[in-house]
Design a protein around this ligand. Sequence first.
Ligand SMILES: Cc1cc2nc3c(=O)[nH]c(=O)nc-3n(C[C@H](O)[C@H](O)[C@H](O)COP(=O)(O)OP(=O)(O)OC[C@H]3O[C@@H](n4cnc5c(N)ncnc54)[C@H](O)[C@@H]3O)c2cc1C
Length: 451
Amino acid sequence: MKRKEFIKTTTAVIAGGVFAPLVSCTPDKQSKNEVEVSERKNWAGNYTYHAQTLHEPNSVEEVQQLVSRLDQQKALGSTHCFNDIADSPANQISTKRLNKVIALDKDEKTLTVEAGARYGDFAETLTEQGYALHNLASLPHISVAGACATATHGSGVKNGNLATAVVSVELVKPDGSLVTLTKGDPDFYAVVVGLGAFGIITKVTLAIEEKYEVRQDVFLDLPLESAVTHFDKIMASGYSVSLFTDWMDKKISEVWIKRRMDEEVSELTDFYGAKPASKNIHPIAALAAENCTEQMGIPGPWFNRLPHFKMGFTPSAGAELQSEYFVPRENAVDALLAIESMRDQIHPHIMISEIRSIAADNFWMSPCYQQDSIAFHFTWKQNTSEVLELLPKIETVLDPFNVRPHWGKLFSIDAKELQSRYTKHADFLSLAKTYDPTGKFKNSYLTKNIY
Ligand SMILES: Cc1cc2nc3c(=O)[nH]c(=O)nc-3n(C[C@H](O)[C@H](O)[C@H](O)COP(=O)(O)OP(=O)(O)OC[C@H]3O[C@@H](n4cnc5c(N)ncnc54)[C@H](O)[C@@H]3O)c2cc1C
């Protein structure tokens, strides 16, 4: 499909893909869109999926047929999770061919996409139409439904995670029937951040707003003492703010401030003792910045500034592991100092950490459920056994702060303890069992952490 067709759209439904997939795909080896390969891994390559068969349906109808026919299965998005959340004992149903833009509704200010569309696939075309989303993750390569299912990414004291833009979802239920859940429906806040437990989401309708430009300013070497003293002001200094540190030398090595040009923007010179960067820089300063979005205060479209990494380039470091822990915002400084006290244990294995704010939301299993939060993210070297040994120690120092982990990253918090930190866990489990009474969408991850 030509991009012009999208541009002409107002409330019309569009058939066909907006962009060709940007990542090369495993070709179909058999009929019925089944792919059998000896070894399939997640994006980071740290997890090998156990599911013997990967299905790549081309349409919602094909998803319905598969879901009703197969006993054990799981939706697979863009494979960016670092754990077994997207695995299944038998079948994975990839959404990568369900990547089309369906409709831009200018009256309702919504965009409907198929579940496997990646944010970077449609962001530019949406902008050409005059619209934008409220936020994007650090990378635009992730699928919409997979990102929302895992409560992925917020960055800004007023910004909720990506799922907060969802207005409605179309779900293939375990019996193969279709249901649409809209904000306000009783099950909506369970199913959207559903950890893949309710069926397969096939379409997502997102709230959009007028397009806007963003400038990105980076400051170097913020003294830790300054970060601690002025934490709330620093985190509120932009629409989206990220603090990067390797926890050494009592400093935050980089502060990335993304500010909307439709809000008041003043020149920042002295930033709490940090100095302005003199060129574009990677969050891991030793890496080249060419994969990163433009900085140096140069305004640009929202989709080219809110992510740290450009579409079409490898995000982050590649061979890595990730963990991320959320604490209530009022505990942020204490949690930061608790992690910093472990710097000598963390440093040998860390590539970079990122600290961000996320506004509270209403999704039952969101780590930010009804709680403004601060996230402490860790990009680890792929030293798997050492990292897995370290995580419980970090979780112990964060234990007093009611810490919750990112569902799509590595963590080791005891399941009962974890469940006790989610006031809606019992309701979520009960609803998951109602939707999926025979456990078609159960996997070892859900069995361990939720069931
Ligand atoms: C380099 C890198 C950078 C990252 N940066 C960030 C970041 O900035 N912020 C952040 O919060 N996270 C970040 N992450 C984590 C990651 O983005 C999320 O966990 C990811 O968005 C999951 O989306 P996915 O499509 O890859 O899902 P997958 O890993 O494929 O699946 C995740 C879960 O979603 C379910 N799911 C997928 N599609 C559907 C569907 N259609 N219907 C129902 N369930 C579905 C799966 O069953 C599974 O349970 C990063 C990861 C990487 C590798």
